[in-house]
Design a protein around this ligand. Structure first.
Ligand SMILES: CCCCC/C=C\C/C=C\C/C=C\C/C=C\CCCC(=O)SCCNC(=O)CCNC(=O)[C@H](O)C(C)(C)COP(=O)(O)OP(=O)(O)OC[C@H]1O[C@@H](n2cnc3c(N)ncnc32)[C@H](O)[C@@H]1OP(=O)(O)O
Length: 192
């Protein structure tokens, strides 16, 4: 595949896992309870709960449901892209670096029927300054099943002020008033 903006440059590095990264096998949980991708309070969200891998990688599972349809009985492509985005985003926990998606490229290799269990995996492919390069795949039929969706991403590291500056004020205030959530958010910046 030709290089794209999500291909790490030759001088990108593969960093160490952050010393305080969650141990391999740890469920990473949600970064924000109302997040469409992972929030447990979101009524129609995907509730992705990724598991930290041994290295700079994570795994997750998602069952495609009726409400995810695009074509009849088939998953919507945007929904699949969201699942990739969310899984890639959880790699933030392994670097302790809050980062947002700058670019996300998705290849849809085969249709995904409703009721399929997606076996998602994401891994870091390089870091260059604030730019975090990563890739992901979704397999169906099992963790070693055929790849149905593939993605490459460029996340850009941001300070927590990115959220406080740009988010709707009433939602930011609720987060700032929640000591548990702030502890979790700040954990990124304690030992950068
Ligand atoms: C206190 C409240 C806290 C509450 C939150 C709690 C916790 C949060 C913590 C962590 C989150 C954890 C997990 C998240 C998990 C999943 C969520 C899914 C992820 C998302 O769904 S997130 C939403 C969608 N996302 C956006 O909403 C981003 C909108 N956007 C921007 O906010 C800016 O656009 C930004 C910040 C991306 C860059 O802006 P910027 O001004 O900081 O930096 P700049 O523009 O200089 O880019 C720096 C270098 O990246 C290159 N670059 C940038 N964009 C590129 C592109 N598209 N293609 C190719 N290269 C690109 C430049 O070319 C330059 O490269 P170079 O350094 O080589 O020049």
């Amino acid at each position: 595949m030709p290089p794209t903006p999500t291909t790490p440059p030759p001088d990108a590095v593969i960093p160490e896992r952050h010393p305080q990264a969650p141990a391999p096998g740890t469920r990473l949980g949600s970064h924000y309870e109302h997040c469409f991708g992972c929030g447990p309070q979101h009524p129609g969200g995907l509730r992705i709960d990724a598991v930290a891998g041994e290295g700079l990688d994570v795994t997750a599972e998602l069952t495609v449901r009726d409400v995810h349809q695009g074509g009849p009985g088939l998953a919507h492509g945007g929904l699949l892209t969201t699942a990739m985005d969310e899984t890639l985003g959880t790699l933030n926990w392994l670097l302790h670096a809050p980062a947002v998606t700058g670019r996300l490229e998705t290849d849809f290799l085969s249709p995904v029927p409703v009721d399929s269990v997606l076996h998602l995996r994401a891994w870091i492919t390089g870091v260059h300054g604030r730019k975090i390069y990563s890739a992901a795949e979704a397999r169906i039929g099992g963790p070693d099943g055929p790849v149905a969706v593939r993605a490459q991403a460029l996340f850009v590291q941001v300070k927590l002020e990115h959220f406080t500056t740009h988010g709707r004020p009433e939602d930011i205030e609720k987060v700032l008033d929640d000591p548990d959530l702030m502890k979790r958010a700040r954990a990124f910046e304690v030992n950068p």
